[in-house]
Design a protein. Structure first.
Length: 238
C-alpha cells in the first residue's frame, strides 16, 4: 500500500510508500509545531480540505501545492509580467497582495474527464471533448509562447499578441470544474475557520500555470493568506 502527503505531492496516491510517509509525517509534525509560521500550518490544513472535498465518482484530478518565501516572490513577478501582457492593471494589484502574504495555496484541475458522456462541456462524448482539448492545448501553447516572446522583446507594453493570450486551456470537463470549485470553497472555509485572511485569485492561478508549476493542469486558482490587523485583500485600489 502507498500513500501521498497532500501538501507535497499531486493527486496521485502512488508516490510514497506508507512506511516512509509516517516517518516523514512525524518529522514534519515536529517542525510545524516548533518552528513553522501558523499561517503556513493553516495553508496545509486548507490543502487537506481541498484534497478531501467531495469529487464526482470519487476520482481525484486535483493538483495542490502550498508555496511560501521565494516562491511567493516568483509568483508575484510572473503576475506582473502577465499583467503587462494582458494590459490589465489588476494583475499588478494582486501581485502586490502576494508580496505581503505569508503563503499561497495553489489548486488546479488536470485535463481529465469523468467518463459520463453528460454533454455539459458542449460535446456529445468525453472522447470527442478530449480530442478537441488536445488539439487546442497544442495550438494555444504555441500561441502563448509567441505572445511571451513578443512581450520580452518589446518590454512592458501591451501587444496585439497579448490580447490573444489565454491563460487556461480547454475545453474542460464541466464536472471536473465543479470539483475544482468545491475544493476551493472547502479550502477558503478552512482559512476562515482559523481567522486567516484569504482571497481566491484567478490571477495567481494564471501565473502558476504560466510558470509550469501545476503539472498537467488546464485550470488553476491561487488562495493567498495573510494574518494582520486589517484584511489586505479588500478595500484595494483598482
Amino acid at each position: 500500500m502507498k500513500f501521498t502527503p497532500y501538501y507535497i505531492y499531486g493527486a496521485s496516491n502512488h508516490e510514497l510508500p506508507e512506511k516512509e510517509f509516517y516517518k516523514y509525517y512525524a518529522r514534519q509534525s515536529f517542525l510545524m509545531t516548533e518552528m513553522a509560521d501558523p499561517v503556513v500550518m493553516v495553508a496545509e490544513l486548507m490543502a487537506l480540505a481541498a484534497r478531501t472535498a467531495p469529487k464526482a465518482t470519487g476520482r481525484d484530478s486535483l493538483y495542490i501545492r502550498v508555496i511560501t518565501g521565494a516562491d511567493l516572490n516568483r509568483l508575484s513577478e510572473e503576475m506582473r509580467l502577465l499583467g503587462d501582457l494582458y494590459g490589465f492593471g489588476y494583475f499588478a494589484r494582486d501581485a502586490g497582495n502576494l508580496e505581503k502574504s505569508s503563503a499561497c495555496l495553489l489548486v488546479g484541475a488536470r485535463g481529465e474527464v469523468v467518463g459520463l458522456d453528460c454533454g455539459a462541456c458542449g460535446y456529445p462524448t468525453c472522447r470527442e471533448m478530449l480530442k478537441v482539448q488536445k488539439e487546442a492545448i497544442t495550438e494555444r501553447s504555441q500561441r502563448n509562447q509567441r505572445a511571451q516572446k513578443t512581450l520580452e522583446s518589446q518590454g512592458s507594453q501591451k501587444t496585439s499578441e497579448g490580447t490573444t493570450y489565454k491563460p487556461f486551456l480547454g475545453p474542460n470537463c464541466a464536472i471536473k470544474m465543479t470539483d475544482l470549485g468545491i475544493a476551493l470553497g472547502s479550502a477558503a472555509k478552512t482559512a476562515s475557520l482559523h481567522n486567516v485572511d484569504n482571497r481566491i485569485m484567478y490571477t495567481a492561478g494564471t501565473a502558476a500555470l504560466s510558470l509550469g508549476w501545476m503539472e498537467g493542469c488546464t485550470v488553476a486558482y491561487g488562495i493567498p493568506l495573510s494574518a494582520s490587523g486589517k484584511n489586505i485583500y479588500f478595500d484595494r485600489q483598482e
